[in-house]
Design a protein around this ligand. Structure first.
Ligand SMILES: Nc1ncnc2c1ncn2[C@@H]1O[C@H](COP(=O)(O)OP(=O)(O)OP(=O)(O)O)[C@@H](O)[C@H]1O
Ligand SMILES: [Mg+2]
Length: 286
């Protein structure tokens, strides 16, 4: 894993010094990774950030579907050297660019050395971005671990469901044992909560177990309410943050960005006020 991630990480660090790479992962599938990736990206874009969402997810409701986009080319063509990454990047109506995933991509661990090198070289095409959000898909394939190894932050998503919590702990444990990236910040989002307390309880459970058994520090990034506008937005194929910036789920996304950026988002102050704070903050560098 170390070797595999080495080049990727080096490149991300050297060529993307100002790029923050955020991997969004989970143990259990269907907990909200894709929706969180896209809506975080859109919220960041509204703050003036250049954002790319890289889809490494093989699920059905993937990035382009949730955005209502049918891509002509995807990562498969990049790996096969038929296209450059910059050629397959798609501009969206939401101020963010996306790179569509490929099923062949799940086999990144099995790529030939040459194929992997091609791909890693091509990642340079994304170095213009301030933020790259990688929707890694669920579980712990080598592909997922490569991206986590190369990232600045790994956001682990869970829901309050016991199976999702157990699997969140499972992926954190694998990160602890297999990912050699001491700079990695592991963060937790509890999605689909009914109450603030529910989010807090679930996060404490995961954080305490990880601390006790793995000696790992996990930061609680916050919760997202179970909100019917999310499922409705998926049906409409239009991200919920774009439909209604003030829906319950959207407000949670704003709080999460606040925590990612160490700026407190106050409800009622408006996103523009938050934006001002965001840009006037002294340590606005990654
Ligand atoms: N906060 C929420 N409130 C209500 N419904 C939600 C919320 N988050 C996710 N959902 C529902 O869960 C479904 C799955 O979400 P999403 O596709 O983002 O999960 P995923 O983790 O990316 O799944 P996969 O593992 O298959 O890639 C959504 O289509 C939506 O219906
Ligand atoms: Mg998904």
């Amino acid at each position: 894993m170390e070797d595999q991630a080495e080049g990727l990480r080096k490149l991300m660090r050297e060529n993307s010094k100002n790029t923050r790479v955020i991997a969004v992962s989970s143990g259990k599938g269907g907990v909200g990774k894709t929706n969180i990736s896209i809506n975080l990206a859109i919220a960041y874009a509204k703050l003036g950030k250049r954002v790319v969402v890289l889809d490494a997810d093989l699920g059905l409701a993937n990035v382009n579907v949730v955005m209502g986009i049918i891509p002509k080319f995807n990562l498969y063509h990049v790996i096969r050297k038929q296209k450059r990454l910059k050629d397959i990047m798609i501009d969206t109506d939401y101020g963010v660019k996306i790179v569509a995933g490929a099923s062949g991509f799940s086999k990144i661990a099995n790529l030939t050395v040459e194929e992997r090198e091609n791909f890693i070289e091509d990642l340079e095409d994304l170095s213009f971005a301030d933020i790259i959000i990688v929707d890694t898909g669920a579980g712990v394939s080598d592909n997922v671990l490569s991206f986590i190894s190369a990232a600045d932050d790994a956001i682990i998503v869970t829901t309050p469901e016991p199976t999702a919590i157990t699997d969140a702990y499972g992926i954190i444990k694998i990160i602890a044992t297999e990912v050699d990236n001491s700079d990695l910040g592991i963060k937790l989002i509890v999605n689909r909560v009914k109450t603030v307390t529910e989010g807090k309880k679930v996060s404490e459970r995961v954080i305490n177990i990880a601390s006790q058994f793995l000696n790992m520090k996990i930061d609680y990034l916050g919760y997202i309410y179970d909100d019917p506008t999310v499922a409705a937005s998926v049906l409409k194929q239009r991200p919920f943050f774009d439909i209604d910036e003030n829906s319950k789920a959207s407000i949670c996304i704003k709080h999460i960005i606040g925590r990612l950026e160490n700026v407190e988002y106050k409800e009622g102050g408006g996103f523009s006020k938050f934006l001002k704070k965001f840009f006037t903050r002294k340590d606005n560098e990654y």
